[in-house]
Design a protein around this ligand. Structure first.
Ligand SMILES: *Cc1c(COP(=O)(O)O)cnc(C)c1O
Length: 354
């Protein structure tokens, strides 16, 4: 039986995508060959790559606005250094909203001066700092749109002349916004788009080529742009499966249709967290993430019973990250409202039994 999968990443993908991807492993497009054994230079695969790249721009509403899409390797973690390598000449600003921002800062420090414009580290990142000052003369400001571990999410983005770089690993394609406010967006595939292995980068071409350092070819965005994301062998399976997920989003009606469902799921879980006296939310209410809901039991004595109950209900992956403990329900695009309702029922059952 298929589990209700709340895993934080790698995570649930649409069941039909899993089916189509498995079929392509056996026989891709009735070619008598697996997607895994054909040349990445073959027309069939080049078409996949081009479709994936253009679907990204189409879904984000960025067609014809000077952006390029790349599918790179090395995860979002490689983007922590690659963004700085390519964009940081003297000084960049970072909003520190969690473990991933913290890691991005650490890497960027290798390339120049870093100004932490604000941080919620002192309160274990349970809120998003607001009303901070953005100093003049930054090469860019780096933001993390959704803090996967702590369950907070940026609802507003600063309006500024400074170039904006955003790590959207855990909420890309989950909510509608004006994506043209960003100059560079990156996201590891494994949290809303496809299997681990690919990282999507959407970059405005005119912000590149401004630093005067030598950049190794593999770490230079311009290399990958000039080779249409085929400088070396791309992660073919991850790109193919991501393309299927992007088509699935488009078929559903695009990001706004997906967002509507995501809002319903978030509302359902958070109202249970607020109403049920056994539980307490972790993140500040106004900053709660629509993707990752973090909460805990007020009485740890109930943990054993609760854990047994959700496992019995076919739920998977709600243990919280080790840095905050408790529980985390990750509700990425492909998770159904029924799965969230199942979890909410279990929480309610615990209250009735306790
Ligand atoms: C998971 C995650 C990362 C790290 O991604 P990798 O692909 O494993 O390097 C970075 N940023 C955010 C916001 C994440 O959720």
């Amino acid at each position: 039986m298929k589990k209700h999968n709340f895993s934080a990443g790698p995570c649930i993908l649409p069941q039909e995508v899993f089916k189509e991807a498995s079929q392509a492993v056996l026989d891709f497009n009735n070619s008598g060959l697996s997607i895994l054994e054909i040349s990445h230079r073959s027309k069939d695969f080049v078409d996949v790559m081009e479709e994936a790249r253009s679907l990204v721009l189409e879904l984000l509403g960025l067609e014809g606005k000077g952006y390029k899409t790349l599918f790179l390797q090395g995860g979002a973690s490689t983007q922590f250094l690659m963004t700085a390598y390519n964009l940081l000449q003297t000084k960049a600003g970072y909003l520190n909203t969690g473990t991933w921002s913290d890691k991005a800062i650490k890497e960027a420090k290798l390339f120049g001066e870093i100004v932490e414009v604000a941080s919620s580290k002192d309160s274990n990142f349970n809120f998003i700092p607001k009303g901070y000052n953005i100093p003049k003369g930054l090469d860019y400001l780096h933001l993390t749109s959704n803090n996967t571990i702590f369950g907070t999410q940026l609802k507003d983005f600063p309006s500024t002349d400074t170039a904006l770089v955003c790590d959207m690993s855990s909420d890309i394609f989950s909510r509608q916004m004006d994506f043209s406010q960003f100059d560079l967006i990156y996201a590891g595939a494994q949290k809303n788009m496809g299997p681990a292995g690919a990282t999507v980068v959407v970059v405005k071409e005119d912000i590149l080529g401004k630093v005067n350092r030598q950049i190794p070819s593999m770490l230079d965005y311009q290399t990958h742009i000039s080779k249409s994301s085929m400088f070396n062998t791309p992660p073919v399976f991850s790109v193919y499966t991501s393309m299927l997920t992007l088509k699935w989003i488009k078929k559903l009606g695009g990001i706004s249709a997906v967002e509507e469902l995501n809002e319903k799921k978030a509302k359902l879980i958070y109202s249970e967290i607020d109403v049920n006296p056994l539980f307490e939310g972790f993140a500040a209410k106004e900053d709660r993430s629509m993707m990752n809901a973090t909460f805990r039991l007020l009485n740890d004595d109930l943990k054993e019973a609760f854990d047994a109950m959700w496992k019995e209900a076919g739920i998977n992956g709600i243990n919280g990250h080790r840095s905050i403990g408790g529980y985390r329900a990750s509700m990425y695009n492909a998770l159904s409202l029924e799965s969230v309702a199942t979890l909410v029922d279990v929480m309610g059952d615990l209250e009735r039994k306790a």
